[in-house]
Design a protein around this ligand. Sequence first.
Ligand code: ADP
Length: 177
Amino acid sequence: LETKEEYGHKTLAQDVMRPRPSDPLLVVLTQEGMSVGEIEGVMADTDYSGFPVVVSQESQRLVGFVLRRDLVISLDNARKRQEGVVSASLVFFLDHVPPQPFSGPPVVKLRGILDLSPFTVTDHTPMAIALDIFRKLGLRQCLVTHNGRLLGIITKKDILKHMAQMSNRDPDSILFN
Ligand code: ADP
């Protein structure tokens, strides 16, 4: 299959990424400042397979990507095995955890489950190129940025759905041929 033919020259990452302009915002976690309870709340409210981790909500600067299943296991483990961990315990995706007040509950360190180099394209990247990389690297999702700010996410399914809409071809044959 010739990627350029399938996807045309004109479709850009911003045309396929989520959220669409009318959708709720991208759900992200911050590298510091969120509690165990808050992160569990985010997971209970959404069913996404993963979450981008950013420096701060204001900056939307990407730090990495964490899979839901790794978060579930790690928070569960922390609650069961790490003494004193409660809903109010702060979660850090940072390399070095700043000194904490002695009075607070113990913190949970999750740097280890963070993918620090998630695949990223800009909003103006042609989808023909993104698709080629998706195939070659066997990606499940890729993040979309503009001037270093995180804008959205594209999953394999988003691509398949978009392509199925554009042609009448069997969507499953598109990505795997
Ligand atoms: P899949 O596309 O395989 O179902 P997900 O369940 O992770 O994978 O994503 C479902 C939809 O939500 C997709 O359209 C995806 O682009 C979008 N999405 C994924 N993660 C997030 C997120 N953290 N915030 C907002 N939307 C997301």
